[in-house]
Design a binder for this molecule. Sequence first.
Ligand SMILES: Cc1cc2nc3c(=O)[nH]c(=O)nc-3n(C[C@H](O)[C@H](O)[C@H](O)COP(=O)(O)OP(=O)(O)OC[C@H]3O[C@@H](n4cnc5c(N)ncnc54)[C@H](O)[C@@H]3O)c2cc1C
Length: 387
Amino acid sequence: MDFGLSEEQSAFKKSVYDFAKKELASASAEPKTTRERDKVGGFFREGFDKCAEFGILALPVPEQYGGLGKDVVDCALAMQALGRGCTDSGLLFTISSHVFTCEIPLLQFGSEEQKQRFLPRMVKGELIGCHAMSEPEAGSDAFSLTTSAEKRGDRFVLNGQKTFISNAPIADLFLVFATTNRARGWAGVTGFLVERGAKGLSVGKPLEKMGLKTSPTGEVVLEDVEVPEDMVLGRVGQGSAIFNAEMEWERSCLFALHLGAMERQLEDTIRYAKERKQFGQPIGSFQAVSHKIADMKVRIELAELVLLKVAWLKAKGSRASLESAISKLFVSESFVQNSLDAVQIRGGYGYMAEYEVERDLRDAIGSKIYSGTNEIQKNIIASLLGL
Ligand SMILES: Cc1cc2nc3c(=O)[nH]c(=O)nc-3n(C[C@H](O)[C@H](O)[C@H](O)COP(=O)(O)OP(=O)(O)OC[C@H]3O[C@@H](n4cnc5c(N)ncnc54)[C@H](O)[C@@H]3O)c2cc1C
């Protein structure tokens, strides 16, 4: 057993971190900083384009479609480095949705024609992808969705409404899940590729959120949207397999961003605890503070182990349903707790927006909800244990 990274992996991870730290720190035009964008809900398009140029959007995509062909472990390492180097968690969340819930399903289930048509432009950032599963009445019970796809000749006609869709307000390509046969439940769910501009497809105003404010989220309405047969992703009825496969990717790579963010928080918090003095001594010398920091470190260490185990299992072609549910649950709970601790250790300053730790807390809370709530992860774990 070897817990170390190869020289190549370490160098790659460092190059992503250096890129994020240098290139994603500030925009060239207003709103320049993450804090300013967080206030107005601004999407950092320039940062997205820089990530495309650097190759972030190309990570898991094979070279024949313009990608870098990295495996899951390298993708997770890159996400971890991005999360540590860049404070704009909303931008990184948008990138993750684009790569792991749109490019990955296309790669794994798309026809050659679909891959050739969309992937090279997605890799360059010319097309932004989104993934539309959730509906107002179908959240955790995702496969009870009611968006319908009716076969008419050589096309399907889609009707329904999606909500909480990351990237919807800025997306060019929508992976929409609809049912071709409600009586068949999950077996009737099918994925469709729909392009912005399709007649009958509309996107609502960005939804106002607690955190991740720099990642636009919206509703998608489908009214008699005609989708040609060749824009079915995979086979009719294969939607649940697509969804489950991409969730495993998301639960490792998206959550690696949070692992990186926790590392950044820890470094800043240690520095703060050494500098801030009360009662004539650095607050870090008080055990109540240093133990919180020790707990933060323990959570990070365990989160990294469990997350990289998922990535390693997937890279060698094994299923990781149990491990990815455990990882999603543990990393998100740790992210929220570490964010709370980071605020508490800064006292009143932690509560003030200027010090930029309260934003991490707001950003972190969503991680217990998206990619399947933590209660659902516990259901998955229990059922895989035979309960
Ligand atoms: C920031 C953000 C981004 C998102 N991005 C996307 C996206 O890009 N695409 C997309 O399709 N969706 C997206 N979602 C939606 C997300 O997948 C859903 O919010 C999530 O699946 C939960 O569904 P719900 O909100 O309807 O809650 P509900 O399913 O109504 O759950 C409400 C509460 O009941 C609990 N609960 C429900 N059923 C059970 C059960 N069987 N056992 C125990 N507890 C249960 C839940 O855990 C939760 O605490 C996003 C959500 C957020 C917050």
